[in-house]
Design a protein around this ligand. Structure first.
Ligand code: TYM
Length: 332
């Protein structure tokens, strides 16, 4: 039986952080053992918000290096850069004929960007979910490991795929958002204000490139409160977030100790943060060092990116042929 196809991407708009790790990378590493995987750097998408390309190449290299440093094996999975696969742009063009202005304008991420960059509400921003759909469908992927913030884009991708199939005949399997834990994940910023993100609120974001002292400082400043006063109280979301991070990097015994302390109303957040900080340093340090070493090896980076481009183009061309036949764009 053919393996299911997995696809996911990350924009090179800044340093990767623990939200990216939890929502996406952690699943990539597991999925590469079971599925036919395609992971990529969404550099076209980044142009919708970051038109200045001075640092783009370094950012693309860094995302590739950080993917590998987290455990991605570029020989098992296909790891590529979006702009190396022109077939995506052609499929984007066809899908744009099936995406309506009204629905695109209603997309949450579009409305957010209109607020954030009123001076640059470009058409690429409006059709962002269409390009994302093309990324997924060009590899006929069915599983898309992403965080909670991408849920709406994935629903739109299913709709566009269904519309294409209805209009031109069964062509694409329907993709869905995926997380091993079922529920999609959202890691909050350490100050409890919104999600952890690459470019906002850097002092409350834990980056995979952070130095040990920065990690300690950020965690010690994380939002807490005076603790529960009634046994077994439901945790506020910023406390749940700290426990989620603890589960990622600390031992089961440590997590259980602080869970019990919380439920018995004797938790000392200062102690919990100190433990979390040390365990986080131990988790991030090898990733940071490995990523820096890879990124500095330009010859290797180029080899990896070229290999990914070859593998991704081969598969994308196959889909494009099916798509052209389905639409009837074959004249000789
Ligand atoms: P991007 O670059 O914003 O984020 C990359 C991945 O990290 C996840 N993520 C989070 N998960 C949990 N908590 C957070 N705080 C958090 N922040 C980010 C995102 O959900 C994502 O999985 N549109 C996509 C890139 C993209 C894509 C695609 C993804 C382009 N084409 C096709 C999947 C399939 C984006 O902006 O991700």
């Amino acid at each position: 039986m053919n393996k299911q196809v997995v696809l996911s991407g990350i924009r090179p708009t800044g340093f990767l952080h623990l939200g990216n790790y939890f929502g996406a990378l952690r699943n990539y590493i597991k999925m590469q053992e079971e599925f036919d995987c395609y992971f990529f750097v969404a550099n076209w998408h980044s142009l919708t918000t970051h038109p200045d390309t001075k640092e783009l190449k370094q950012s693309v290299y860094r995302v590739i290096a950080e993917n590998i440093a987290c455990g991605l094996d570029y020989k098992k999975a296909t790891l590529f850069v979006q702009s190396d696969v022109p077939a995506i742009a052609e499929l984007y063009l066809y899908l744009n004929m099936m995406a309506y202005k009204g629905e695109l304008e209603k997309t949450t991420t579009f409305k957010d960007k209109v607020r954030q960059q009123p001076e640059n509400v470009n058409a690429g921003l409006l059709t962002y979910p269409v390009l994302q759909t093309a990324d997924i469908l060009i590899h006929r992927a069915t599983l898309v490991p992403v965080g909670k913030d991408q849920e709406q884009h994935l629903e739109m991708a299913r709709n566009f795929a269904e519309r294409f199939n209805y209009r031109y005949g069964e062509t694409f399997p329907l993709p869905k958002a995926f997380n091993y834990g079922n529920e999609l994940i959202k890691i909050l910023s350490l100050d409890g204000n919104g999600k952890m993100s690459k470019s906002e609120n850097q002092l409350a974001t834990l980056y995979l490139a952070d130095e040990d002292d920065a990690i300690r400082k950020k965690i010690m400043r994380a939002k807490t409160d005076s603790g529960p006063t009634e046994p077994n109280t439901q945790k506020p979301d910023y406390i749940t977030n700290l426990f989620t991070l603890l589960q990622l990097v600390s031992t089961t015994d440590t997590v259980e100790k602080f869970e019990t302390d919380y439920n018995n109303c004797v938790i000392r957040y200062g102690d919990m943060k100190k433990q979390l900080a040390e365990d986080m340093v131990a988790f991030i340090t090898p990733i940071r060092e490995k990523a820096a070493e890879l990124q500095a090896n330009e010859t290797l980076m180029k080899e990896i990116i070229q290999l990914g481009a070859e593998k991704a183009n081969k598969n994308a061309q196959k889909t494009l042929q099916i798509v052209r036949d389905a639409i009837g764009l074959n004249y000789f």
